[in-house]
Ligand binder design. Structure first.
Ligand code: PSU
Ligand code: MN
Length: 304
C-alpha cells in the first residue's frame, strides 16, 4: 500500500470484502459550492450512496495525507475552508504532500487516489476538458489525460459548454477513452440534457455499465471510462439562459486575463453569480443523480 495513502476503516473493510464503494471528489466541496450548502450536499451525496447499498469514499488531501474516505468532520473542515484549500491536480500532489498541506482533489487526483485505494467507480458533477480557444491557449484539463491513464469509471453529467465539447470528444477518442451515455445517445451538457454531440455508446442499465468496465479491466486496458448521465428533466435549465451566462463568463475571464488553474473555478463561480440559485440547485440534483447511478453500478460490478 502506498505509504502516503490513508484508507478510512469502513472503506477498507468494504474493499477487502469485495463490497461496492463509490469515490467522490472534493474540489466540488471546497471550490464548487458556497458554505454551508457544499457540506450539506457532500453529506447528502454520501447518504444517497449508502441508501443504494454502497460505501462512499470522499477523497481529499489533508495534512499531506492522501485520504480515501473522510469523516463528516473532515468534510465540514474542507467545506468551511473553501477556497483556502488548494485545488489539487496531478502536478500539485508532490509539493502538497511534502509540505503536509491540504488539497481539494479534482477529477484527476480523485481518480488517482481512488485507484491507489482499489476503488473502481467514481461519481462527480462535471469533468474538465478542452477549453474553447484551446487551439491557441493549449488549455486542456489534466482530467482527460487521467482518463486515458487510470482505470477508474467516472460517472458525470457530461461537460459544461465552458468547454469545446466537440474537441473534448475528439481528444477522448484519440486517447481511447470510451464515452458512454446512460439511457441517452447524446452527450449531456451538465445543466442541460442535450449538446448536439453523440456519445460512443448508449448503455441502459448499471449491469451493462459494469460488464463493459469489467471487460476493459480484464483485457488489461489501463484507461478509464467516462459515463455521462443526463440531469433529470425536472432540474435541467433553459439552454438559452445558461448559454448566455457561459458566454458572459468567458468574455469576462478573457478581459481579466484569467488563465491556468484559475480558469475553470473562475468560470464556474461567474456562471453561478449570473444565474443565481437556479444553477446551484441543478448542480446539486445532478450530483445526487450521478451518485445513485454510481452506487448501482458499483453494486453490479461487485456481483460480477
Ligand atoms: N467542471 C465542472 N465542475 C467542476 C469542475 C469542472 O463542471 O467542479 C472541477 C472538477 O474538479 C474538475 C476540475 O476535475 O474542475 C477541472 O479543472 P481544470 O479545468 O482546471 O482541469
Ligand atoms: Mn486548464
Amino acid at each position: 500500500m502506498n505509504q502516503y495513502l490513508d484508507v478510512n476503516p469502513e472503506v477498507k473493510e468494504a474493499l477487502e470484502k469485495g463490497r461496492p464503494v463509490v469515490a467522490l471528489e472534493s474540489t466540488i466541496i471546497s471550490h464548487g459550492m458556497p458554505y454551508p450548502k457544499n457540506v450539506e450536499t457532500a453529506l447528502s451525496v454520501e447518504k444517497i450512496i449508502r441508501e443504494h447499498g454502497a460505501v462512499p469514499a470522499t477523497i481529499a488531501v489533508i495534512g499531506g495525507r492522501l485520504k480515501a474516505g473522510l469523516t463528516p468532520e473532515e468534510i465540514e473542515y474542507l467545506g468551511k475552508a473553501g477556497r483556502a484549500v488548494a485545488k489539487a491536480s496531478r502536478r500539485d500532489l508532490p509539493v502538497l504532500v511534502a509540505r503536509k498541506a491540504d488539497g481539494a482533489t479534482t477529477v484527476t487526483t480523485t481518480m488517482m487516489i481512488a485507484h491507489m485505494a482499489g476503488i473502481q467507480v467514481f461519481a462527480t458533477g462535471g469533468i474538465g476538458g478542452v477549453h474553447r480557444g484551446a487551439e491557441t491557449t493549449m488549455d486542456i484539463s489534466a482530467d482527460l489525460e487521467e482518463l486515458s491513464n487510470t482505470p477508474v469509471m467516472v460517472i458525470c453529467a457530461g461537460a459544461k459548454s465552458i468547454l469545446d465539447l466537440g474537441l473534448t470528444l475528439e481528444y477522448l477518442e484519440t486517447k481511447g477513452v470510451p464515452v458512454l451515455g446512460y439511457q441517452t445517445e447524446e452527450l449531456p451538457a451538465f445543466y442541460t440534457r442535450k449538446s448536439g454531440f453523440s456519445v460512443d455508446y448508449r448503455i441502459d442499465t448499471p449491469e451493462e455499465l459494469a460488464a463493459a468496465f469489467k471487460a476493459q479491466r480484464e483485457m488489461g486496458l489501463k484507461n478509464g471510462m467516462l459515463v455521462t448521465n443526463p440531469i433529470p428533466e425536472e432540474y435541467s435549465m433553459d439552454k438559452e439562459v445558461i448559454d448566455r451566462a457561459i458566454n458572459e463568463a468567458i468574455e469576462e475571464s478573457k478581459a481579466l486575463g484569467i488563465h491556468g488553474k484559475e480558469t475553470t473555478p473562475f468560470l464556474l463561480a461567474k456562471i453561478k453569480d449570473i444565474t443565481g440559485g437556479d444553477s446551484l440547485e441543478s448542480n446539486i440534483r445532478l450530483v445526487y443523480n450521478n451518485a445513485a447511478l454510481a452506487a448501482e453500478t458499483a453494486k453490479a460490478l461487485a456481483k460480477l
